[in-house]
Design a protein around this ligand. Structure first.
Ligand SMILES: [Zn+2]
Length: 494
């Protein structure tokens, strides 16, 4: 029998009597590994977690993350029973088939029979079909749970300006003077088309204060304008709990609340409409909805339209993006100019490498935009603050025996590295701001290219982060297949 590598997963919840102790589960898994020529690289323990949902199980998440990593460390995950692996059959099927399909990792129960032969593959096929159905149903369940939490959460949290809690556990009630202020803000923004900053100045000049008793800032207005609570809705799942980072709006959950609205849904929608049209440059989508790190940057060599990506799959299961001219699909361009990301990625990386090697680069100088820098500052600062939470979390995992001392040290090291990186980015930002009087030489531009290149090369960053990074220096990329040329249009913000 061919040797294979595996992880073990042991979970004991506090509320069940009939299950095996963690030690017995571990022993059985190790025994099974020995008998079946599976080298157990690591056993992940989840003790005392009732496991209602996967995201509350840190060891499970860590194990799945590792099993899905590019290095393909293991071929199999061993559990005592499938019920240990997931909280229910649905979840188990989804994780199992995703791991199998995308990463070729098997999940095996050592005490439940494996179905071989034609029936086994039939069941596998059915599981594949059911995948989508179940993930939809699962998200429905997740949604219901979140909605309940949202209802509860909204009444526990400090209500925003315009509302106050009159009775614990009951919907907040309107504070009339403050509500007047909210209506004024929405009116100024949606109807009078004032900017966030101008509204803040206007309110401060009249002596109004925020819910925290402070003068209004640009971002306090921005926050109010984006808060659906004012039109009677409740928003949930807007930020990551640990880092406070704002999630992509498609992940937010907005439901009808039980409190009285301060403004109409029409006024709220009008404000959102203005926000959408003024906030981002027209025609571009937020990076997080992009499918590839080159998305939005590739332009058609014939008509100049943006190439759009669709996800394809190779025979071996590897996914890639296929870009083609948006105009062609609308009949407005004569050539599809289709190109695979597998080719483009290499071409772009080679091209960047060449620039760094030869130290020559052409770029366009652009004017300094204070808002962008401020946003970048805030983002970096927020991420720095978020590290404190991360640190607390890993400390807790170690204290509760979920992580070993070694894992704790490793995680701590990773956090320290990220902190150093963020600090140096912050420093660079303030340096670049103080340097803005002098025109930058290509040295500074090359430095930026180098740092972006490092990000693109690393697998620590998400597609969206890579896309965001590249857009800091690249305006557009034109690849001409017939002439086999690739031109990257760089810019430099002074
Ligand atoms: Zn075209």
């Amino acid at each position: 029998m061919q040797q294979r590598y595996g992880y073990g997963y042991v979970r004991v919840s506090t509320d069940k009597q009939e299950e095996l102790s963690p030690d017995s589960q571990e022993n059985l898994i190790r025994e099974y590994g020995k008998k079946n020529n599976i080298v157990i690289l690591k056993i992940f323990f989840e003790i005392g977690v009732s496991g209602r949902s996967a995201d509350k199980r840190p060891a499970f998440q860590e194990m799945i993350g590792s099993a899905k990593s590019k290095e393909h460390p293991v071929d199999v995950i061993l559990v005592w029973k499938y019920s240990r692996f997931a909280r229910n059959q649905e979840e188990s099927i989804v994780y199992k088939s995703l791991l199998k399909k995308q990463n070729n990792v098997d999940v095996l129960s050592i005490s439940e029979p494996l179905i071989d032969g034609p029936f086994g593959s039939l069941i596998e096929r059915i599981i594949e079909w059911m995948d989508e159905y179940y993930s939809i149903r699962l998200s429905g369940e997740v949604f219901r749970g979140m909605k309940e939490n949202a209802m509860r959460g909204a009444f526990q949290a400090r209500p925003p300006l315009g509302y106050r809690i009159s009775e614990q556990g009951k919907p907040p009630v309107i504070v009339p003077e403050e509500a007047e202020l909210i209506r004024l803000i929405f009116h100024k923004y949606a109807n009078e088309k004032l900017g966030f900053f101008d509204i803040a100045r206007y309110l401060n000049s009249r002596g109004f204060l925020t819910a925290h008793g402070k003068p209004f800032e640009r971002r306090s207005i921005e926050y109010i304008i984006q808060n659906p609570m004012y039109c009677g809705m409740i928003r949930w799942n807007r930020t990551h709990n640990a880092s406070n980072e704002i999630k992509d709006p498609s992940e937010w959950i907005v439901v009808d609340g039980e409190h009285e609205p301060i403004i109409s849904k029409e006024l709220y929608e009008a404000a959102q409409e203005r926000l959408r049209s003024t906030y981002k440059p027209s025609g571009t989508r937020p990076s997080s909805t992009y499918r590839h790190w080159l998305s939005g940057l590739l332009k058609c060599p014939d008509c100049g339209r943006t190439l759009t990506a669709c996800t394809m799959r190779r025979r071996n299961g590897e996914k890639y993006s296929y870009f083609s001219c948006y105009g062609y699909s609308k009949g407005k361009c004569k050539k599809p100019n289709g190109i695979s990301s597998l080719v483009l990625e290499k071409e772009v990386m080679n091209s960047l490498r060449e620039i760094l090697d030869t130290k020559t680069i052409e770029y366009e100088l652009r004017n300094y935009e204070p808002v962008e820098i401020t946003n970048e500052y805030q983002t970096l600062q927020k991420r720095l603050d978020g590290l404190i939470h991360k640190e607390e979390r890993i400390k807790a995992s170690y204290r509760e025996g979920i992580d070993t001392l070694e894992e704790y040290r490793e995680n701590k090291q990773l956090i320290q590295e990220e902190r150093e990186r963020l600090n140096s980015q912050l420093k660079e930002l303030s340096d670049s701001e103080s340097e803005k009087e002098t025109a930058p030489d290509s040295q500074a531009m090359l430095k930026r290219v180098q740092s972006i290149y490092t990000i693109l090369e690393s697998d620590k960053y998400t597609t969206a982060q890579k896309n965001e990074a590249l857009k800091q220096i690249v305006d557009k990329i034109i690849y001409n297949r017939r002439e086999n040329t690739l031109k990257i249009y760089f810019f430099y913000y002074t």
